[in-house]
Design a protein around this ligand. Structure first.
Ligand code: HEM
Length: 403
């Protein structure tokens, strides 16, 4: 355990760690993958390159150190990370390895500033944090495996159907190879797909897009990155290679961006682009579990080519008087105007939000960083409380600054 004084010393290191964040993480990953190349089967190669994830893991450790004496303050973030880790198959034995290489990188970059005493305290602080993650993750794995139809790790699924859902977006229908029933999941959760491409496994999370209780999982996969680039390794593979009858490995559903379908309050779902996928699952679940609950959808896309699941959404709205939707096209094409595919040109704006979001709403947001920051800022200004605002970030969460 750490004394109050130890905690103070550990915390006093945080500014220097943040200041040298890039250097530390660059060394950390380079040495980690040099000595444990098998970890490249878990980590996202692209995030390393882009520097996104490079920052995320270490930054989270520093944040946790800064909050050591009240880790409950960062519990929502910790839970988000723990679910991510579980979808990736992170195990307790990985923690000491990450701890050792992070400590060595800190030592190398901070030099004399990191005295043996400070380093020993830092290591113990890391262990406290690691233990908190390990416990939470073991609990998530246990719950996943114990629920009917559940499992831990990866399970083989067969691609039953593959459908184009708009420009650069496909839907995959996946059934377990062993024919077992599927576990229940919360609307808004994702599964992780593990695909062996080149000599490594590559892992990515994709939102489930329907209500639970079906024979299959359906995921929406947006094609990321340019052809041949490292970005979009898995999505290109799924777009180009995966076809009916192929087998893919999936994690048990996870994630903390979930619709609470026991609350009576009106619900507002705001999505941009591929961010519609978890919201669609929420709409379907509302229809099944809470058809009486008022729901508003705001869905923003570039134009008709990117308008995914258009028929399904139109259907969901037509079926239920309690549900209304406004489709925003940022740059409508002439044909979009003629066919009348959308409701408003431009983006989801403050006036629309003012009109649609009542002060007692629960709001669920999913889309690019800029989209979410803009909307969160507006809604907070309009008087909504932070606890009413739920959001999912596709990509490392800590790179996202909450307004
Ligand atoms: C992702 C924190 C330990 C593997 C992340 C993210 C954070 C984080 C903040 C980004 C989550 C997001 O996508 O929103 C931490 C902390 C750790 C820790 C604070 C230690 C206390 C580990 C360990 C492993 C691991 C031991 C296993 C080898 C990963 C992987 C990702 C990830 C593979 C996904 C992103 C990528 O592939 O680059 N972690 N992590 N982490 N973490 Fe950890």
């Amino acid at each position: 355990t750490l004394s109050g004084n130890d905690i103070a010393i550990a915390k006093s290191l945080v500014p220097a760690l943040k200041e040298h964040g890039k250097e530390i993480t660059t060394i950390f990953y380079a040495t980690l993958f040099r000595d444990y190349p098998e970890l490249l089967n878990i980590f996202n190669h692209n995030n390393q390159r882009a520097g996104l994830q490079q920052e995320a893991l270490a930054t989270a450790v520093y944040e946790a150190v800064a909050n050591l004496d009240h880790l409950e303050n960062i519990l929502p973030v910790v839970k988000h990370i723990a679910h991510k880790h579980c979808s990736l198959g992170v195990q307790p034995e990985h923690y000491p390895i990450v701890g050792e290489y992070l400590t060595m990188a800190v030592q190398q970059v901070l030099g004399e500033q990191a005295t043996p005493e400070i380093l020993s305290i830092w290591k113990r602080a890391y262990n406290v944090i690691a233990d908190a993650f390990i416990q939470l993750e073991q609990e998530i794995y246990r719950q996943g495996a114990e629920q009917p139809g559940g499992w831990s790790g990866f399970k083989s699924f067969v691609v039953k159907r593959k459908e184009q859902e708009g420009e650069g977006l496909i839907a995959l229908y996946l059934e377990p190879e062993d024919g077992e029933t599927l576990p229940a999941y919360e609307p808004g959760q994702y599964v992780c797909v593990r695909a062996q491409i080149d000599k490594f496994y590559h892992l990515r999370q994709y939102s489930l897009t329907e209500a639970p209780g079906k024979k299959h999982f359906r995921i929406g996969v947006k094609r990321e990155g340019q052809e041949g680039s490292h970005a979009g390794k898995v999505s290109s593979y799924l777009h180009e290679q995966a076809s009916q009858g192929d087998v893919l490995e999936l994690s048990c559903p996870g994630g903390v961006f979930t619709l609470d379908h026991t609350l009576p309050r009106p619900v507002v779902l705001l999505g941009a682009g591929i961010g519609i996928t978890p919201l669609l699952s929420m709409l379907y679940t509302l229809r099944e579990r809470q058809p009486e609950r008022t729901a508003v959808l705001g869905y923003a896309v570039r134009n008709g080519e990117y308008h995914a699941f258009a028929d399904e959404i139109a259907h969901l709205v037509r079926d239920n008087e309690q549900v209304s939707a406004t489709i925003f096209y940022e740059q409508p094409a002439v044909e979009d105007e003629q066919v009348g595919r959308f409701d408003r040109a431009g983006r989801i704006d403050a006036a629309w939000l003012q009109e649609q979001v009542s002060l007692d709403s629960e709001v669920y947001l999913c889309g690019p960083h800029g989209f979410m920051q803009g909307i969160l800022t507006t809604l907070l200004k309009q008087g909504l409380k932070p606890e009413q605002l739920h959001y999912e970030i596709f990509g490392p969460a800590l790179a996202f600054a909450v307004p």
